[in-house]
Design a protein around this ligand. Structure first.
Ligand SMILES: [Zn+2]
Length: 111
């Protein structure tokens, strides 16, 4: 029996594909070479390179987010937050929860 070898796709390709080549922060669909992988929880803060911690981000959003965790970056950016919750479907539920909870905390602070 002859088995065809399916080339393994890189992690980057899998993430871009999963997110449909859309930046989860500004919702722009861009060519692969304009997109980066963003760590929802930064590596510096214990985040890893698993698909549940990675999202597709354009260079602009990634640079703006810098090394902040997504929930901090999104806490005062309503539009980007809504995009993230809509498009970052592959992200771990605890990250999505952290983003929602950060908003609740924020609104309590200003209330
Ligand atoms: Zn973007």
């Amino acid at each position: 029996m002859v088995r065809r070898r399916i080339p393994e796709r890189t992690l980057r390709e899998r993430i871009l594909d999963r997110d449909e080549y859309r930046c989860v922060y500004c919702a722009e669909i861009l060519p692969a070479d304009s997109l980066t992988l963003d760590h929802v929880q930064p590596k510096l803060r214990g985040g890893d390179r698993s698909p549940g911690n990675l999202v597709t981000a354009c260079r602009t959003c990634n640079a703006e987010k810098g090394s902040a965790p997504a929930w901090v970056y999104l806490s005062d950016r309503t539009e980007q937050r809504e995009n993230f919750l809509r498009y970052a479907r592959g992200v771990w539920p605890r990250h999505r929860r952290a983003i929602v909870e950060e908003v609740v905390k924020g609104s309590k602070r200003t209330a």
